[in-house]
Design a protein. Structure first.
Lengths: 111, 113
């Protein structure tokens, strides 16, 4: 069974640009979660999508947004990039069983 | 964002010894707890979970202990191996709620040969 996949693996942008990160959940999983992991820090919850709807978001500004498609894949968009947005962005998927399975992450570097 | 702490504590253990990694969780209403292992450059990998109606659960070489009175969780790794070197995170959530995970700071485990 394929795990959670994320693309791209690495992304380099400059300040003010927009970044789009993608996530494909495990087949059969309807929930997708996004987390930010800055260097040396723990995982901070960003967004939760379930059945195509945004269900919850963490304490991040509105320039962090996303969506979930009918096939349950998801996209995270970060507008007006700032240097401090440089981090590993992790996507996780789950069913209603709660256990979340993580992808390998996208390393975003903002120059 | 919600996270606990800024610095990553490190635990150094001799190969073959047992490791104990501790975690204090924040929400007394949390009823599901998970331990994840994250190797360098990879996403977190599920190790073991425990529900709040239990105080101990065992897996292969790992045991999780839950003390709800003091809101404390621990992960015990038996006969630690070099492949156990990683950062370990605990996470808490409320199963009947948003399923949002709150992650602890993380502990770096270094296995010494």
């Amino acid at each position: 069974e394929a795990g959670v996949t994320q693309s791209p693996t690495h992304l380099i942008k400059t300040r003010g640009q927009q970044a789009t990160l993608r996530c494909s959940p495990i087949s059969g999983h309807t929930s997708v979660y996004w987390y930010q992991q800055a260097l040396g820090l723990g995982l901070q919850f960003l967004l939760w999508y379930d059945e195509g709807e945004e269900r919850n978001r963490g304490n991040f500004p509105p320039r962090f947004s996303g969506r979930q498609f009918p096939n349950y894949s998801s996209e995270l968009n970060v507008n007006a990039l700032e240097l401090e947005d440089s981090a590993l962005y992790l996507c996780a998927s789950s069913t209603k069983r709660v256990e979340q399975f993580f992808g390998p992450g996208t390393r975003l570097t903002v120059l | 964002g919600e996270s606990v702490g800024l610095h990553l504590p490190t635990l150094s253990v001799q190969e073959g010894d047992n490791s104990i990694i501790n975690c204090a969780y924040s929400n007394s209403a949390s009823d599901y707890f998970i331990w994840y292992k994250q190797e360098s450059g990879k996403g977190p990998q599920f190790i073991i979970d425990i529900r709040s109606n239990m105080d101990k659960r065992q897996g292969q070489r790992v045991t999780v202990l839950l003390n709800k009175t003091v809101k404390h969780l621990s992960l015990q790794i038996a006969a630690t191996q070099p492949g156990d070197s990683a950062v370990y995170f605990c996470a808490e959530t409320l199963r009947s709620g948003t399923y949002k995970y709150i992650f602890g700071t993380g502990t770096r485990l270094k296995v010494l040969a």
